[in-house]
Design a protein around this ligand. Sequence first.
Ligand code: ADP
Ligand code: MG
Length: 226
Amino acid sequence: MTAALVELQGVRKVYRLGEVEVPALRGVDLRVAGRDFLALMGPSGSGKSTLLHILGLLDRPTAGKVLWAGEDVTKLDGGRLAELRGRRIGFVFQMFNLVPNLTALENVELPLIFLGLPPRERRRRAEEALMRLGLGDRLRHRPNQLSGGQQQRVALARALVTDPALLIADEPTGNLDSATGREILGIFADLNKQGRTIVLATHDPEAAEVAKVRLRLRDGQIVERT
Ligand code: ADP
Ligand code: MG
């Protein structure tokens, strides 16, 4: 068996809203190995985003463990966690989450600033990432000067510029028309063929089809694997 890149063991998540407790994950076990391409499916509210946030070290489980390369990272302090996240994980979101007053190039440079790369190296790598995604002629455009599909490609370039071990995408086609969505899914498929490890959440069966394995969530539990 291939060694797990990241593993969730008995992960539970309860959100607290004042007096009310909202259980979002109710005991999830999951292994992600290098070169996997997993799609999390399930209705709205089933826990997909919560699971991605915990997998991507953006949030901590209420109970259970998150192992990165075998190391339990649930007890790491915020700074160490942020560093691990910055080096190892790339995120893509439904709403692109680009910084509106920065150019495409500046957006893609951001994660490299956090890694402390010198300006010239940052620029070179950001340009390269954008060119690989077919945006070589859009480097100086701001998000509102780009189409949805182009914005999502900028977001992908930003996620990939650090060469992350894991690419996480939360409903990456949810805000795109179907033709553009298919184009973006094609990019995910190509990235995985090139060896990139991907976990994406979607409620679109067509989107889930590009993944190698589909996991269905219901009420915070994985109920089916196909
Ligand atoms: P999905 O991505 O599948 O739609 P989520 O992980 O966003 O599901 O949500 C799972 C459950 O947790 C839902 O009941 C949702 O209302 C709740 N939830 C999600 N985020 C929060 C939060 N920050 N505070 C309180 N409840 C939340
Ligand atoms: Mg969600």
